[in-house]
Design a binder for this molecule. Structure first.
Ligand code: NAG
Length: 212
């Protein structure tokens, strides 16, 4: 009886989340005008390698697939179009995912990509998993050693992640600091907030394995 109540609750939760997600994703992608973040995460790691080794892998398109796939909830990475975007001001303050490419190839390099994330509602109960298809861009500023990751998904989850790189230990190591801000449907907020912080920490703690 108890199990039935729980599973009825979970099923109606899933149904309402799915309906809402479908409803929202049928709308136009209004990023960034309707971007009102309701979850966040901030985390730092230090990698025992110089900036000249770390930045190409974590800061440009060179290591984009491998570092996204470090997350245990990520799968099916594919690189899409590579182009450039011209923005006035700093990259970290810009919203470039929905911007048109610069026709002359000026500005910051931008790599398009897609992949999937699987969010487990109840571990081990596979049919309840929420599979999210994400699409986004990764844009970087070679001079200021900074990159901007922006995604949207078919579950109406929009994410911005700013990644900064700093030399530490007299240049022997690199501090990588990241801040995530994101927006998701109201009903998905508790699970998205928790998953985002857990997955963010887990993924960043694995960054050093890319340099072994
Ligand atoms: C990460 O590092 C940056 C830059 O040094 C610092 O401003 C920030 O407070 C740190 N954040 C966390 C979560 O440790």
């Amino acid at each position: 009886m108890k199990f039935l109540t729980v599973s009825t609750f979970v099923s109606s939760f899933i149904v309402s989340v799915t309906c809402r997600a479908v409803d929202l994703s049928s709308r136009q992608d209004s990023y960034p005008s309707n971007f009102k973040p309701n979850f966040d995460s901030a985390f730092n790691v230090t990698i025992q390698k110089p900036l000249s080794t770390v930045f190409p892998i974590l800061g440009t398109n060179e290591g984009l697939g491998p570092h996204i796939l470090l997350s245990s909830i990520a799968s099916g990475f594919q690189a899409l179009t590579k182009d450039t975007v011209a923005v006035s001001g700093n990259l970290e303050d810009a919203f470039v995912r929905t911007l048109a490419a610069d026709s002359a190839g000026a500005g910051f390099p931008r790599q398009g990509f897609q992949y999937k994330e699987t969010v487990k509602i109840i571990p081990g109960v596979k049919f309840l998993d929420i599979v999210v298809n994400l699409k986004g861009t990764f844009t970087w500023d070679e001079n200021r050693k900074l990159s901007l990751y922006e995604t949207t998904s078919d579950k109406s989850v929009t994410v911005r992640k700013v990644r900064r790189f700093e030399e530490v230990d007299g240049g022997a190591a690199t501090l990588v600091s990241e801040t995530i801000t994101g927006q998701c449907p109201f009903l998905l907020q508790p699970i998205t907030q928790k998953t985002a912080r857990d997955a963010h920490k887990e993924q960043m703690n694995l960054y050093s394995t890319l340099f072994k």
